[in-house]
Design a protein around this ligand. Structure first.
Ligand code: HEC
Ligand code: HEC
Length: 498
């Protein structure tokens, strides 16, 4: 089926066909093949093994999440040091930079921001180049080796469709060029509507298409309120000024004073050796995860290096989208950079009571955020409500399948429906129904009330009408579709994701 869609493209059919079948673009599709392929040495590890869709693109193994929370590499004895963050919504992170006005670092990928995006202009693309060569992850010998595996795969033909030539590894330049393309291709998949879905109950709620329960609504209020949960201070939850759906992270860094995870397998890596004879973690139990400060210490810019001390122990604010996404109700997940907490309730209780109840010592005792958390004074029920709200952030929420109106519906009023994808990336479909011949105006407005498109105008016959909304030229955001049919006016919201 996938192949068929490609054929259309190769033979010059318009890209609208792709959009209509709700499928991925060729580059996204190639990135997906690579993401799920076992490109490793030995040959048994894919990106998805540590970032699986069924748990919101983080670690999918119950036994690991319950304990150390760190995943082994392709070489079984070797472990890295952190919990896999979600690979979804990572592509929205800006290039790592210092914000002089706020006096803080922002952006990049990884818990410490070290996949900065400075080279490719895209943190996620730089991130994607790392794991293949990391001896603690995919453990491939070289870039050439990684590219050869793709060149010999069953989907190698897609590379040619996407990049206009087969993969060559003949010269040093070929290898560098193609390895950059590899990173960009994987990031393209990660940025696709299959990974960054924006399809949670909360998204539908923001679009006016789903209701939250009383408890969820209360949780949202507490989540936002500065004198209650204050969560939105770092995990923004509102539509942006241009109507963008919220990402639940501002991509800044903070030290929450999180405790160590004593089961982190990295503490035992003083007795596991790399091929060069060095132990993976010479410090053993004494190792401390310094987060952003640890990265800045190694940065070539001396100004940034000098700012390392005030950033020790800080980690990037993760998105909370999919934080409760799991394959079954009791399926365990691990939270924070080291997976020290095993439930959302524990996380919220920690924010609430860190400074007033007994908790294990913080891993890094400097730079701890004491202004925005630590003693929130929430009741047990209030904590539960915040947890219930976070459960509305899982992608794949099933709305009432809004089917297009049919002429069999003997209704006396005009109706308007979105029956294509919503949220959508390039094209979606609307349908409207008129009980009798009527003069209509069908327009698209930005969330600020500016008309951006006229779709249809004039006298239209009774019955069903379908209209395509192609939005290649519009910026991402929420838009309002407005139908005026005679004296009746109705609106629907759609979200465009770029
Ligand atoms: C062995 C497990 C493992 C494998 C395999 C793996 N990752 Fe990761 N991934 C991690 C861990 C752990 C981190 C966090 C590391 C850190 O912060 O130092 C991470 C971080 C990331 C991030 C950063 C997210 C953010 O918000 O900053 C992305 C994106 C990502 N991985 C994508 C990928 C892709 C793409 C692949 C395949 C090329 C891959 N990962 C392979 C474990 C893995
Ligand atoms: C001062 C900024 C800040 C505030 C306020 C804040 N968070 Fe966080 N949040 C972070 C940072 C930073 C991390 C990652 C910390 C780490 O890994 O050590 C995080 C991690 C999390 C995680 C773990 C996600 C994961 O994938 O592991 C959850 C859940 C969470 N926060 C929920 C909340 C809730 C609920 C509130 C309000 C009660 C809140 N946060 C308030 C900054 C903040």
């Amino acid at each position: 089926m996938k192949r068929l869609i490609f054929m259309f493209l190769i033979f010059g059919a318009s890209t609208a066909i792709l959009a209509q079948s709700n499928s991925l673009t060729p580059k996204e599709e190639l990135g997906k093949e690579i993401y799920f392929d076992k490109i490793s040495s030995p040959d048994k590890m894919a990106c998805a093994d540590c970032h699986s869709p069924k748990v919101g693109f983080t670690g999918p193994k119950a036994a690991i999440n319950l304990h150390g929370a760190v995943y082994r590499g392709a070489v079984a004895q070797r472990f890295g040091n952190r919990k896999p963050p979600s690979a979804a919504y990572a592509t929205n992170s800006p290039v790592f930079h210092y914000d002089g006005t706020e006096g803080i670092f922002i952006g990049g990928n990884f818990w410490d921001g070290r996949a900065t995006g400075e080279l490719l202009g895209n943190p996620a693309a730089e991130q994607a180049q790392g794991p293949f060569l990391n001896p603690l992850e995919h453990n491939n010998a070289s870039k050439e080796d990684v590219l050869e595996q793709i060149a010999n795969s069953k989907y190698a033909w897609m590379w040619e469709v996407v990049w206009g030539e087969p993969i060559s590894t003949e010269t040093y330049e070929d290898i560098e060029t193609n390895y950059d393309r590899l990173g960009l291709t994987v990031a393209e998949y990660e940025a696709s509507s299959e990974v960054n879905q924006f399809s949670s109950k909360y998204d539908y709620y923001l679009l006016g298409e789903a209701d939250l329960t009383d408890q969820e609504t209360w949780g949202l209020t507490l989540f936002n309120a500065p004198d209650k949960g204050n969560c939105a201070a770092c995990h923004p939850s509102n539509l942006g000024t241009g109507g963008e759906l919220p990402l639940f992270t501002d991509y800044s860094f903070d030290n929450l004073g999180a405790p160590k995870n004593p089961e982190n397998p990295f503490y035992d890596m003083d007795e596991v050796y790399l091929p060069n004879g060095e132990p993976i973690n010479p410090l053993g139990d004494e190792w401390i995860d310094w987060g952003l400060g640890g990265f800045l210490e190694t940065h070539p810019d001396p100004v940034w290096q000098a700012m390392a001390p005030q950033n020790m122990g800080k980690f990037k604010v993760p998105t909370l989208r999919n934080v409760d996404k799991r394959p079954g109700k009791g399926f365990p997940k691990a939270y924070l950079h080291n997976g020290a907490f095993k439930s959302l309730k524990d996380v919220v209780h920690f924010y609430n009571t860190r400074d007033v109840e007994t908790w294990p010592a913080p891993e890094v005792a400097v730079n701890i955020n004491t202004d925005e958390m630590g003693n929130l004074g929430l009741t047990d029920e209030e904590e539960d409500a915040i947890v219930a709200f976070m459960a509305t952030l899982s992608d794949g929420y099933n709305t009432h399948k809004s089917s297009p109106a049919t002429s069999n519906d003997l209704i006396s009023k005009a109706t308007l429906k979105i029956f294509g994808q919503n949220p959508f990336t390039t094209m979606t479909r609307l349908s409207y129904y008129l009980p009798e011949e009527t003069t209509i105006e069908l327009d698209v407005y930005s969330i600020n009330g500016k008309k951006v498109r006229t779709l249809e105008r004039g006298a239209m016959s009774a019955g069903d009408h379908q209209v395509k909304l192609v939005a290649n030229d519009l910026p991402g955001g929420v838009y309002i579709i407005r139908l005026q049919a005679g004296s009746q006016v109705m609106t629907e919201k759609v979200a465009l994701i770029k």
